[in-house]
Design a protein around this ligand. Structure first.
Ligand code: KG4
Ligand code: ZN
Length: 351
């Protein structure tokens, strides 16, 4: 056994976007602590993530979050066998704060440092939550920055099957909510408003529905459709006027119809991918996987089509460091991406 495969307790650090997260996970299985400091309140005033503000908040939060994780796990720094950190993709400054912290920590403790891909980690969250889940399976990652469907065949073996051509599903939720005057982050706000609305009130477009085999997605036209609707384009009011004042019922109906357009597309594309791959298993991760309507539609599809559906609890769907520590442990076992010279990559590399 070499130095890295002997590591059991991994401390994970995640700072790729607007959550400062530290977790302690043993052997990619047992979560001893999973602490997330959300920056939602900071970014709410701008209606989206401001990179400079995110970096500042990461700097302020990283040490308190680390201390909180150790306290919850009832561990000392000397109990940590290795440090894992998100290196890509994400906001470059935000990633660098996590990497610099992880590097300093690992180096001072004399333990290995391992780099982790954030999207692979969203898939890993399901393997952590469901020990019975075995590859191969179809994995859909739907978050604020990504909407992708993969065939997951094992560690480091992911084949991209389909992706959005423009906006991510989470971005469509966030921008749509801003147009409707609902609070950031938009996903939970739209989902809440939608509870009182009629999903059939407005027929929004489902882009790239055809050809029936397409696994590509597009959400930017949907955003425009909502904007035009709000400005009265193509209605009897006619023009490209100012956004109308909306009643609570109108907001609820628009939110429900808009949500339906997004989740129906996600469900249909996931379904096609499972059918086409023949693997019979679907795992869904990322913040949008918290959406109850999406979970319900996927549940119905799984029953109808006869595939197994895996969606972790909301705490493991949104950004967290437990998935980073878990995947970090697996990377260590495989001798993958280990070293103090971790670099930040803003972009998705595996395309
Ligand atoms: O995975 P995540 O925490 O961060 C990224 O890696 O982007 O995902 C955040 C995204 C946001 O766009 C947020 O609006 C969306 O997930 N989200 C939801 C829900 N909860 C969070 N979207 C729809 N319904 C929800 N309940
Ligand atoms: Zn994420």
């Amino acid at each position: 056994m070499n130095e890295t495969t002997a590591c059991a307790v991994v401390l994970g650090i995640e700072t790729s976007c607007d959550d400062t997260a530290v977790a302690i996970v043993e052997r990619g299985r047992t979560i001893h602590a999973n602490v997330v400091a959300s920056q939602t309140e900071i970014h709410r005033q701008w209606g989206g993530v401001v990179p400079e503000a995110a970096c500042r908040a990461h700097l302020e939060s990283i040490l308190p979050v680390l201390e909180e994780a150790l306290a919850r796990a009832d561990m000392q720094l000397t109990d940590i066998d290795a440090v894992a950190v998100t290196t890509q993709p994400g906001l470059i400054g935000a990633l660098l704060i996590g990497i610099a912290s992880a590097r300093a920590l690992a180096w001072s403790l004399g333990v290995p440092l391992v780099g982790v891909d954030h999207l692979e980690a969203h898939i890993e969250a399901n393997l952590l939550a469901f020990p019975e889940l075995e590859p191969p399976f179809v994995a859909m990652v739907v978050s604020g920055g990504h909407s992708e469907i993969y065939l997951y065949e094992g560690l480091g073996r992911t084949k991209l099957l389909g992706r959005t051509r423009d906006d991510a599903a989470g971005e469509a939720f966030d921008k749509g909510a801003a147009m409707l005057g609902l609070a950031y982050p938009g996903g939970p706000s739209i989902a809440k408003a939608a509870q009182r609305g009629d999903p059939r009130a407005v027929r929004f477009p489902r882009a790239l529905w055809t050809p029936r085999t397409s696994l590509e997605m597009s959400f930017s036209g949907l955003k425009t459709a909502l904007l035009y609707r709000l400005k009265g384009v193509g209605t009897r009011r006619g023009g490209n006027g100012p956004v109308a004042e909306l009643s609570e019922t109108e907001v609820a109906d628009l939110a429900a119809s808009y949500q339906e357009a997004i989740v129906e597309v996600l469900c249909e594309k996931a379904r096609r991918a499972v059918r086409g791959s023949g693997v019979g298993r679907l795992a869904v991760g990322g913040g949008v996987a918290c959406n109850r309507r999406l979970r319900a539609l996927l549940g119905e599809a799984a029953e109808k089509d006869g595939f197994e559906l895996y969606i972790a609890t909301p705490a493991l769907c949104t950004d967290n460091a437990a998935m980073i520590a878990s995947l970090g442990w697996k990377n260590l076992q495989a001798g993958r991406s280990v070293g103090y010279d971790q670099r930040a990559n803003a972009r998705l590399l595996r395309t």
